[in-house]
Design a protein around this ligand. Structure first.
Ligand SMILES: [Zn+2]
Length: 382
């Protein structure tokens, strides 16, 4: 580990369990702090959430058993009960969506305007911490391949916005699982992947979305781990679109072979955009863009803040078509137009906690901790 890096590096090697265990040991302080904080946020409701998470675990055990093994290792390494650590990965229960309902909500396209509330309005009585958590995630992405890039490389620019309290828990984790591609990922608590790339040439960036059709299934946060275990774009996209998913991020999957696909998903639907359909460049933030996905938007009253960042991302995609490179990407992530709702975000419940520039063609990832306008990028490689 080199202490000059802005984000601490965790090195791992072995089976899924061993890799998880090494992460649990290395990030024990962060994982224990996150565990204590999350439990405190939910108080007496924690036990009912644990019960609600059981079918999510069953689905994950069935479809992604390797990921469950890794979690078991991490729980043991950090000294956290496994069920608690698993629940910490179920954003669909912790943040906003399923809330104890065990079946998918009716499709909004069928005219069902009223959200199913199996436990009534009591579900809406959340602690302060929980409410903040729900609104405290955001990201801005620009993704470019030929012919949008100056050098013909595949370039990704990503700002990750979270509550500032998450910053001490950010790591770069090198997952070296036997027989799988090596992954270099920015993680929260060493374990939960935010973005990353693998040495087979697959990269995952993207954005949180708020959908109204989330359901019991495999948590989206754990599907991310499986996407990065894949060796080609087709398999990575298939992983993102696992039919048994509980919900979905907007997953931007890039391949060193000059293809990028934006999978704007929910639990039950997806809209795909390909870089070759858009002059090589794609942009996205935290709201649905595709016409067919708009009925799944659960946070329509708050999309303006995401839309301002998205407008800038599209400005860059258009204005710099054919010129996108490190410098353009760095300018994008440091952009302050439309502040305080700017790409480089300094105010509000979420701020930019890390920034990433990736040259996937050369397998290089540059990172800053905190706002990218206030520090230089440090290079991470395999
Ligand atoms: Zn800034």
């Amino acid at each position: 580990m080199n202490n000059s890096f802005p984000l601490r590096i965790i090195e791992t090697r072995g089976t899924h369990y061993e890799v998880g265990h090494q992460i649990g040991v290395a990030a024990r302080d962060s994982l224990c702090a996150m565990h204590a904080e999350t439990r405190a946020d939910y108080g007496e409701r924690w036990n009912s959430l644990l019960r609600a998470s059981a079918p999510f675990l069953a689905a994950t055990q069935k479809h992604l058993p390797n990921v469950v093994e890794e979690l078991r290792g991490s729980a043991d390494g950090a000294g956290i009960p496994f069920d608690d650590l698993f629940l910490m990965s179920v954003e669909e229960l912790l943040y906003e969506e399923v809330r104890g309902g065990t079946s998918p909500r009716p499709s909004p396209s069928k005219g069902e305007g009223e959200r199913e509330r199996s436990k009534g309005e009591g579900d809406r009585e959340r602690s302060k911490g929980e409410g903040e958590r729900e609104r405290s995630k955001g990201c801005s992405d620009l993704a470019a391949a030929v012919p949008a890039t100056r050098d013909g490389h595949v370039w990704l620019a990503h700002n990750n916005d979270l509550g500032a309290s998450s910053m001490p828990h950010l790591f770069v984790t090198r997952f070296c699982v036997n027989g799988e591609p090596e992954i270099l990922a920015v993680t929260v608590g060493g374990l939960f992947i935010s973005i990353g790339m693998n040495n087979a040439g697959i990269c995952l960036t993207g954005n949180q979305l708020n959908a109204n059709d989330s359901r019991v299934g495999v948590p989206r946060l754990l599907i991310v781990r499986d996407i990065l275990a894949q060796t080609n774009l087709e398999n990575a996209l298939a992983s993102a679109l696992l039919p048994e998913r509980a919900s979905s991020y907007n997953n931007i999957i890039s391949s060193r072979d000059e293809r990028i696909v934006n999978a704007e998903g929910s639990a039950t639907a997806v809209a795909l955009s390909w870089s070759f359909e858009h002059g090589g460049a794609l942009a996205h933030t935290n709201h649905y863009l595709d016409e067919n996905m708009l009925p799944f938007e659960a946070d329509a009253q708050n999309i303006a803040m995401s839309a301002s960042r998205c407008a800038r991302a599209f400005d860059y995609a258009r204005k710099y078509r054919g010129q996108i490179d490190f410098d353009v990407c760095a300018r994008f992530v440091r952009d302050h137009v439309y502040a305080p709702w700017s790409v480089c975000k300094h105010a509000g419940q979420s701020v930019t906690v890390f920034s990433a520039l990736i040259d996937l063609t050369e397998q290089k990832m540059w990172l800053t901790r905190g706002n990218p306008c206030q520090s230089d990028f440090a290079l991470y490689t395999f």
